[in-house]
Design a protein around this ligand. Structure first.
Ligand SMILES: N[C@@H](CCC(=O)N[C@@H](CS)C(=O)NCC(=O)O)C(=O)O
Length: 217
């Protein structure tokens, strides 16, 4: 059955790989599943046809036969459950890998997104300078907890898993802030993720869509 995902027709990041279709592409590359991509404009994302797939009018979505789902956590989990390569066989290890997926999305991503919003969309507000240390502090607190847990390990819990895929994807959003580099083992962890051939293929695929296009105006 053909897998079709949606992605930005023109990503606001111009192809830096930060749009969330990249993590879905990465998961599909890790498990060796071919996929098709339907590109959608910002306008089309709010049209009824797309809203039927994604009630919040966002990307990515995932369609396969009669199945249509959204939310990258659910999509990557679905891919990982259905195909070997992203979740361990051992039940307990599997539960721990899923735990790291949730930790990435529920515990790390919210303060990181808050920082991205503060830097990109609120930087010109009169209160921005006063608020920024608070927002950065919340990110540093989480990274300061994650870093000793990872320690010198290659991945968060044994072999690379969907938990690492999600954690690396979330941490990548921090790179522009410089904060990731304050935690050398986390920066190295992210670099290991980016060095995976499957990530490189996913990155190249989204870049091919965006490279030649100006960001949406
Ligand atoms: N929690 C959702 C977030 C999806 C999301 O924020 N998608 C962004 C692109 S990375 C989007 O579509 N933004 C456009 C919009 O919200 O109008 C997920 O993980 O899939």
């Amino acid at each position: 059955m053909t897998i079709t995902i949606t992605a930005f027709e023109r990503s606001p990041d111009g192809g830096k790989g930060l749009a969330r279709d990249t993590r879905v592409r990465w998961a599909l590359e890790e498990v060796g599943q071919p996929y098709e991509v339907r590109l959608v404009s910002f306008k089309a994302m709010k049209d009824p046809a797309h809203l039927a797939l994604h009630p919040f009018g966002q990307i990515p979505t995932y369609e396969e036969g009669g199945l249509a789902i959204f939310e990258t956590g659910a999509i990557v989990f679905h891919i990982a459950q259905r195909h070997a390569g992203l979740l361990p066989e051992d039940e307990n290890a599997r539960a721990r890998a899923v735990t790291w997926m949730f930790a990435a999305l529920n515990t790390l991503e919210p303060p990181i997104l808050e920082l991205v919003t503060a830097r990109i969309f609120e930087g010109d507000k009169p209160w921005a300078a006063q608020r920024m240390p608070l927002v950065e502090g919340r990110v540093r607190e989480r990274l300061g907890q994650l870093a000793p847990r990872l320690g010198d390990a290659e991945w968060l819990d044994g072999a690379f898993s969907a938990g690492d895929l999600m954690m690396v994807s979330v941490l990548l959003r921090l790179r522009a802030s410089g904060i990731l580099d304050e935690f050398p083992n986390l920066a190295a962890y992210v670099a290991r993720g980016e060095a995976r051939p499957a990530y490189k293929r996913a990155f190249a695929a989204q870049l091919a869509v965006n490279a030649a296009k100006p960001p949406p105006g």
